[in-house]
Design a binder for this molecule. Structure first.
Ligand SMILES: *Cc1c(COP(=O)(O)O)cnc(C)c1O
Length: 425
């Protein structure tokens, strides 16, 4: 089916386009039906936007879906991560260990707690934090490791949990890219001390603006309530925390908008089925590209018991040496000319950004990163895999439906460019 196309000339050089079928709603997300609309309208008509009753129902369902005791909703994923960090003891003069290759919210909230991130390198094939690059970075100041299941790929949790336990350090899973993903059969977000995630409308579990954390630990849950949920302080049983009731300890208000909770309840109901269809479609795309030079799937091995959840921000791995050194930008341009979807790179590396090196955000008279502890700044050259990752990855189409004909055309666009790479050099 794809083979017939591979030796025609590239669309970039005037040949026929490979992707001809209209995408329709193949990529549309989230899927919003009348049920979502009704749920949102109910909240609006009842004037319950700022209440917590719908949110608490959503939390029960989120906790049950994850098989954990507690879920605590927040108005953003950033807020959920900020809360999770403080709940885990991240405070002035302490450190977290996080990947530099991630969306900023996995690490930057630490700065507002007076703490600082120390970045570990990622593994080239998983794009996730490299478990071998964590232990030597642990100091007496380390409070937590943030494991980001990046672009849906589940982090190698066994060695991460092992290092953390041996050093008495908490593990925060950032599940913003991987809702519903499995690591060796275990649900992501439920293996560490706390799982935190975004549910903003671009994510695979998409409800509007919103985030949550899930945990089995009642102490972490109560600390979460005390940090940004003043209206629920009566639920705090710890006497020292309860004595501080009425004022959120962070001086922030993290309550979820109930239109988000209402839509979230509907989205969660259908999420497993929709995720299964995404998995079928995405795995089909990669199966079609098995063995194509220069290209590797970014997904765990089939017999590993691990999955990619909803394949948020789906990426592929690039091996330029197999294509005569063809730069990824040129490869991607040729795929796009075929009518395909491909753009080079991924999130920029945080450790090279001026906010992590120079910015004095809180007026300490020195860069915030080092205002309360050691100078842990990491110059260019210190995270070699992270720094080169932009050359080795590209985003791929994120299919929401299993429509073989369309998927075959998109895969054929990639195959055609890879097999004719010599024409581009
Ligand atoms: C989106 C995202 C967040 C932050 O979530 P918001 O809801 O946008 O605040 C955190 N971590 C990662 C890895 C993300 O992609």
């Amino acid at each position: 089916m794809t083979m017939t196309l591979t030796h025609s000339s590239l669309a970039l050089q005037g040949g026929p386009k490979t992707v001809r079928t209209e995408a329709g709603d193949l990529f549309r997300w989230p899927i919003i039906t009348e049920e979502d609309e009704q749920a949102a309208l109910e909240v609006l008509r009842a004037g319950k936007m700022s209440g917590i009753d719908v949110t608490q129902q959503f939390e029960e369902e989120l906790a049950a879906w994850h098989g954990v005791r507690y879920a605590l909703c927040h108005n953003t994923g950033t807020a959920a991560l900020h809360t999770a960090m403080w709940a885990c003891g991240v405070c002035s003069g302490t450190e977290i260990i996080a990947p530099s290759l991630t969306y900023w919210a996995s690490a930057i909230p630490a700065l507002s707690l007076g703490a600082t991130p120390v970045f570990a390198d990622v593994h080239r094939d998983t794009m996730c934090i490299d478990p071998r690059d964590i232990e030597h970075r642990i100091t007496p100041r380390t409070r937590a490791i943030v494991a980001v299941h990046y672009c849906g790929y589940p982090c190698d949790m066994d060695p991460i949990l092992d290092v953390a336990r041996r050093h008495g350090v908490k593990v925060i899973e950032d599940v913003s890219h991987a809702h519903g993903g499995l690591y060796k059969g275990r649900l992501v977000g439920t293996m560490g001390d706390v799982g935190a995630f975004s549910m903003m409308s671009g994510k695979s579990l998409a409800i509007g603006e919103g985030g949550a954390f899930v945990t089995n630990d009642s102490e972490l849950y109560e600390r979460g309530l005390a940090f940004g949920h003043y209206e629920r302080h009566r639920l705090v049983t710890d006497p020292a925390l309860a004595a501080l009731g009425g004022i959120p300890l962070a001086g922030v208000k993290y309550r979820m908008h109930q239109v988000s909770s209402a839509v979230g309840r509907v989205q969660l109901k259908y999420y497993s089925a929709r995720m299964a269809e995404i998995q079928k479609a995405m795995n089909y795309f990669w199966d079609l590209l098995e063995g194509v030079p220069g290209l590797r799937a970014h997904r765990p091995a089939k017999d590993s018991g691990s999955t990619m959840g909803g394949w948020y921000a789906a990426h592929g791995l690039y091996r330029p040496d197999e294509l005569g050194g063809l730069p990824i930008a040129r490869f991607a341009e040729a795929v796009r000319a075929e009518g395909g979807i491909c753009s080079p790179g991924c999130n920029f590396a945080l450790h090279q950004h001026p906010v992590l090196n120079e910015a004095d955000i809180y007026g300490d008279g020195k860069p915030t990163r080092i205002a309360h502890g050691e100078d842990v700044r990491q110059p260019t050259g210190s995270l070699p895999v992270t720094e080169r990752m932009q050359e080795w990855v590209y985003n791929i189409p994120w299919f929401k439906h299993y429509r073989p004909e369309c998927i075959e055309q998109h895969a054929a666009a990639y195959r055609k460019v890879a097999e004719n790479a010599d024409q581009l050099r």
